[in-house]
Design a binder for this molecule. Structure first.
Ligand code: AMP
Ligand code: GLY
Length: 408
């Protein structure tokens, strides 16, 4: 397992039910949970299966290097990873594939960009072309703010080189859903849909973040709607990948908006979502290894359905997302990094923690912990997650109290 966040913790924990898992580099919470973490680069490790968690190593070709060594890998090569590595590429790809998506323009020139912006209506949507850790998107009703953002991005004031092209999009309205599919190069198989809460504040106010919580399954995505998403979005995507000669073996995460004009694709990510994985991994549990191994070897069948529900609540650091503070002591955790007093159906995944000299867990990142509750109903899963989250405290802790509230 390659990576160091709560997503990798959740995946490693689920995979560890099927065999030995080594995480590189991992984090303090994963190690405390009894999963071995090493600094050795992935290319110097040996394993039956390599799972690449984050997008950066995929965009820079880690999956290609591992495959050249004959390894079985979950994660696309550099070519497929461009779907996330460049929003301008992704939009061009979607149009070529005939996938419904917001109308857009991509610009390197400021005057052209502003002229296009003037033809658009609020809400204005401005995106950094390159990787920006989920923070490169501005959605605003204020034209002047949108124009300033275009200028800042193109002048490299924010995101440096990643912003040398901007994408300006039509603002869409509707419910959002995260559909994660596994793709083995030929077959594409969906996992249950999840919903992520991207804004920092309750009622979806405040800045966009990496994600403040999630739940799954999203019951609104019934069999009929899932079929529609596969038919209008995922299957045309796979066909276009094949046409471009891209052998995509990995996870494709579709960020979809259910608009009054039908489902539209907001973005592709070429990896598991975070915090979506903190609800998906517990739901698939011991099945995950078989699924991921089949993804890597080109042998995917169908996925068994899940019967449980999961809710995860993210605890973020003071100052997140703009300037998270580090070093606050976390209360309520035992030496294994889990709840000091264990609760049924609860697992804590560590995103940004480290241990201080006295062995205490302290904050060391923007998102600090993801507290997941699983149960036979969404209400039970939610209660378990929040009951546990309440017990884990630190100075300046930021937590939304309305994750999955509307669906119970
Ligand atoms: P992205 O990283 O492209 O998924 O954008 C992050 C978030 O910005 C999405 O989850 C949406 O909430 C919002 N967003 C992105 N594109 C649009 C759009 N065209 N219209 C409305 N909201 C959008
Ligand atoms: N949950 C948003 C992301 O993983 O990009």
């Amino acid at each position: 397992m390659i990576g160091s966040g709560a997503r990798e913790h959740a995946l490693a924990w689920a995979l560890s039910r099927s065999g030995d898992v080594v995480v590189t580099p991992g984090n303090a919470g994963i190690a405390a949970h009894g999963i071995s973490c090493v600094e050795t680069p992935a290319t110097e490790l040996d394993a039956d299966l390599f799972v690449v968690g984050p997008e950066e190593p995929l965009v820079s070709g880690l999956a290609d290097r591992l495959r050249e060594q004959g390894k079985v890998v979950v994660g696309p090569g550099r070519d497929g990873a461009q779907l996330e590595g460049s929003k301008a590429y992704m939009k061009e790809f979607l149009v070529a594939a005939g996938v419904p998506t917001a109308r857009y323009g991509a610009f390197r020139d400021e005057a052209d960009a502003v002229a296009f912006l003037e033809t658009m209506q609020a809400p204005y949507v401005i995106k950094t072309d390159g990787l920006a850790a989920g923070k490169g998107v501005l959605v605003t009703n204020d034209f002047d703010e949108a124009r300033r953002d275009v200028e800042d991005k193109l002048r490299g004031v924010v995101f440096a080189g990643a912003g040398s092209t901007v994408v300006i999009e039509e603002g869409l309205k509707g419910e959002e859903c995260s559909l994660t599919v596994l793709c083995d190069g030929t077959n594409v198989v969906p996992l249950v849909a999840a919903q992520d809460f991207k804004r920092l504040g309750e009622k979806d106010e405040g800045p966009n973040t990496g994600g403040m919580g999630a739940y799954a399954p999203m019951l609104q995505i019934d069999g009929r709607l899932e079929d529609e998403l596969m038919r209008t979005i995922l299957h045309p995507t796979l066909k276009e990948l094949k046409m471009r000669g891209i052998d995509y073996r990995g996870v494709l995460y579709a960020g979809i908006m259910l608009t009054p004009d039908g489902p539209k694709l907001l973005e592709y990510n070429v990896r598991f979502g975070d915090p979506e994985t903190e609800v998906l991994a517990p739901l698939y549990g011991a099945e995950l290894f078989g699924l991921l191994h089949a993804t890597g070897t080109g042998a995917l069948g169908t996925v068994a359905s899940t019967s449980d529900f999961a809710v995860t609540v993210v605890l973020a650091a003071h100052g997140y997302p703009s300037s998270p503070r580090q070093g606050d002591v976390i209360n309520g955790l035992g030496s294994d990094g889990q709840l000091a007093t264990p609760h049924e159906g609860v697992t804590i995944f560590h995103a940004g923690t480290r241990r201080d000299r006295d062995g205490r867990f302290v904050t060391s990142g923007g998102r600090v912990l993801a507290v997941t509750g699983v149960g036979s109903s969404m209400a039970l899963a939610r209660k378990r997650s929040y009951d546990a989250a309440t017990l884990v405290t630190f100075e300046g802790r930021v937590m939304r109290s309305d994750i999955a509230l509307a669906v119970i």
